[in-house]
Design a protein around this ligand. Structure first.
Ligand code: F6P
Length: 361
């Protein structure tokens, strides 16, 4: 048991549906113990910039408002990356911010990058932390699901369903480029749920000839339309990154693979016209699904329970129907979790004849 009286909560990294349900769950669970909850604005910025930016959260913020039901982050979030060499200086400001507010611990709702960076700040500044995984990419290690993934899949499936209708009207092969950063969880899960014909993910090599063969077989079967899902992290057939765009710290960011595929397919096969839809940030902003709301609520409640029990420097995770915990050091050591070729969804896609690239036996 601990003598916690005041905790902070912040959302870090790209936003997603379900964040507000996490915040509401933490606030409600903490109210049981009479703790004060400080909502930190804009990721760690609210604690590292001067003046500090935060608000005291009570059940009133969430009880009779639509917030727990909405996507986005009530608190604001931050997705800009921090260079290793700047992390020590930021840790110092972070520690001062936490001390100024008198926080006994912080709950950090973030993905793999945030678990790494913010746990580093906490470690350097001697701040207790509990992590809650969220990301539409579903690549946070050691948890089967992160908050936001299921809702993003729902948006992608709705887009696939819509594209299927217009593809059919116009006898086209329509390409949907989805997010996922360097992993294919979002693309594969959505492609299987949306009955797509082709799904390309960064983890599995592919060939343009392989896609063309699939399109030809569709044509020969008498069907005149197809839907292709491609993850933004897929490179060209020969392994080059398509985009030259960089983020604020100079790293190249994904995107543009849909247009590359369209041109490459048109050059080799003219039976289907292609068009590209890049789904973009709507994937982060659909209504939180029932699954994500329930997961968010369970994660938030467990985070408070852990703090009450004095167990910190861990991330909550879901395994089957159990919420488990992992040391943050282990989470960080794992890096990012890509889509395994052994995933049930990869296997199902292959079994139903979807072209998913050239899997080595
Ligand atoms: O990590 C979540 C994510 O939406 C990725 O899928 C995507 O590559 C990235 O964030 C986009 O980031 P930004 O909002 O900075 O463009």
């Amino acid at each position: 048991m601990t003598d916690i009286k005041k905790i902070g909560i912040l959302t870090s990294g790209g936003d997603c549906a379900g964040l507000n349900a996490v915040i509401a769950s933490v606030v409600r669970s903490a109210a049981k113990y009479g703790w004060e909850v400080y909502g930190i604005h804009n990721g760690t910025d609210g604690l590292t910039e001067s003046p500090l930016s935060y608000e005291i959260l009570t059940e009133r913020n969430f009880a009779d408002t639509p917030w727990p039901r909405l996507a986005g982050s009530y608190l604001g979030s931050l997705n800009k990356g921090v260079k290793m060499e700047s992390q020590l200086a930021v840790s110092e400001r972070f520690g001062k911010g936490v001390a100024e507010l008198g926080l006994d611990a912080v709950v950090v709702v973030g993905g793999d990058g945030s678990m790494n960076i913010v746990s580093n700040y906490c470690h350097n500044a001697g701040v207790k932390m509990v992590g809650i995984p969220k990301t539409i990419d579903n690549d946070t290690p050691l948890t089967q699901y992160s908050v936001g993934f299921n809702s993003a899949c729902q948006v992608c499936v709705e887009a696939i369903d819509a594209l299927w209708k217009t593809a059919r009207s116009h006898q086209r092969a329509l390409i949907l480029e989805v997010m996922g950063r360097d992993t294919g969880h979002l693309a594969m899960h959505s492609a299987v749920a949306g009955f797509a014909d082709v799904c390309l993910v960064p983890e599995i090599p592919y060939s343009i000839d392989g896609i063309v063969a699939k399109l030809k077989s569709i044509k020969e079967s008498g069907r005149n339309h197809a839907v292709i899902v491609v993850s933004e992290g897929v490179h060209t057939e020969t392994g080059e990154m398509v985009s030259n765009t960089k983020n604020l710290i100079g790293e190249k960011i994904n995107g543009g693979i849909g247009e590359y595929l369209s041109a490459a397919l048109n050059a080799k096969y003219s039976e289907f016209q292609t068009r590209v839809t890049k789904l973009g940030h709507v994937q982060r902003a659909g209504d939180p699904t029932a699954f994500d709301r329930a997961l968010a609520t369970a994660f938030g409640a467990r985070a408070v329970e852990l703090l009450k029990a004095g167990k910190t420097d861990v991330m909550v995770a879901i395994e089957g129907d159990q919420i488990v915990t992992y040391p943050l050091d282990d989470v960080v050591a794992c890096g990012t979790t890509g889509l395994s070729p052994d995933s049930v969804y990869v296997k199902a896609a292959a079994e139903i004849g979807m072209y998913i690239g050239e899997i080595k036996e």
